[in-house]
Unconditional design. Structure first.
Length: 238
């Protein structure tokens, strides 16, 4: 039995509990069959419908409607017990023509790979210069640890789909958070050359990209009770 327990909590109005539970079954297979062999990290997933209370020792992956809900309804940066927390903005995904299940997979694997959102890989170019690359498992693709290891040579498997051929390579559609050490100007998103700028490239409120740029002393614990109270108030106004 994996020692990491993750509660998948459905607090969205656009995702039914039955659809969420079916997705959790698929996510469990992905974690145990695809992620764990490559990364050496496994987890036990449990689905919780709205109104349920997760185990105090569980990490959370919460299905919400929009990124605004992350702040307004009490879902912040870590669980009420101070443990890792991931967010899926299902309605936002639908509005952008995307799939919430893809986002759920993305956020789940990244939370397992870097639960505290504090890991990075350094590519050093001089004694005082270099670039930090955020340890995000799914931004460049579903990558393997070798993607973050500059000494790896061609022929190494860098990603699950076996499309990437070198460390830190970005293919169309991929991106990664980067930090230029010399300039010290903070985290920014690095994209492949000639990538068209889109609004969806901006970090969503409460996302991992947003939290990586937020000082740790400003992180806030989540409160399911606040969220549900406000959710009922909103629903009563319709």
């Amino acid at each position: 039995m994996p020692n990491i327990k993750i509660a998948i909590i459905n607090e969205s109005t656009v995702v039914s509990d039955s659809d969420a539970k079916a997705a959790v079954d698929a996510l469990q297979r992905q974690v145990s069959n695809d992620f764990a062999p490559a990364w050496g990290i496994d987890a036990s997933l449990t689905f919780l419908p709205s109104g349920s209370n997760p185990s105090p020792d569980a990490w959370w992956l919460v299905i919400l409607d929009t990124s605004d809900q992350a702040g307004a309804l009490g879902y912040h940066d870590i669980t009420s017990a101070g443990l890792p927390l991931g967010k899926v903005f299902a309605k936002s995904d639908v509005d952008f023509g995307s799939s919430w299940t893809i986002t759920a997979s993305h956020e789940l694997l990244e939370m397992l790979g870097d639960p505290d959102i504090n890991l990075s890989a350094l590519v050093q170019t001089s004694e005082t210069d270099g670039t930090l690359y955020a340890y995000e498992v799914c931004d460049a693709d579903f990558v393997f640890p070798a993607w973050f290891e500059g000494f790896r040579e061609q022929g190494t498997q860098f990603d699950f789909q076996q499309k990437i051929t070198a460390p830190f390579q970005l293919l169309p559609g991929g991106y990664i958070g980067a930090f230029d050490i010399y300039s010290g100007s903070g985290w920014y998103q690095l994209y492949p050359a000639k990538t068209a700028v889109r609004y969806s490239m901006r970090p969503r409120l409460g996302s991992r990209r947003d939290r990586r740029r937020t000082p740790r002393h400003q992180w806030m614990k989540s409160d399911l009770t606040i969220s549900r109270q406000k959710g009922r108030t909103t629903a009563s106004r319709k």
